[in-house]
Design a protein around this ligand. Sequence first.
Ligand SMILES: [Zn+2]
Length: 204
Amino acid sequence: MGEEGGRPMTEAEWLACGEPEPLLRLLQDRASQRKLRLFACACVADYIRVMGKEGTRMPAALAISEAYADGVVGREEWLRSTRLSFHFSPWKFEDVHQEARYAVEAAECVAESQEQQQQRECAFISCVFGNPFHPTVFASAWRTVDVAALAQVAYESRDFSALPILADALEDAGCTDRTILEHCRGPDPHVRGCWVLDLILGKQ
Ligand SMILES: [Zn+2]
């Protein structure tokens, strides 16, 4: 568990926390490397967007980092791309917790309110990891053809605008879990690694 002042963070503190660091501390022992990497990727994608870096080599390198997180490309290719495209040293990527931390720091270099930046990062954490105090059990009956197809398209395209429709499809399949439905219909941004999509797609 993450620690606040030497004791484990409580759920109330988790929900109220507006800074990514304490949340990442709590997650680092329990989250998968894939999810931590995808969170780091979400921060870098945010950095690219805010800093207008779309025309650089960063988006292509980011795509490779996402593919590496999902085990689609190998370590050598991933290291080559990070060496070319990020200003952090590749060795720092050795440690995935450090990776997420450096991604946060890089994003915080952006000349805007640090508070806004941190709010977005906390929103990414909430999307990728959900509430670690209340892991959700996903009933296989909810994984209908429609639900699986909507989830797969959103994951592959990174276009998450259909998540409210996914919530409707889940309800049609009998899902009444408010945490799942509200996450799909809520105002917060979604990123690759979204905990609801991962549950549907069987990813961890
Ligand atoms: Zn999400």
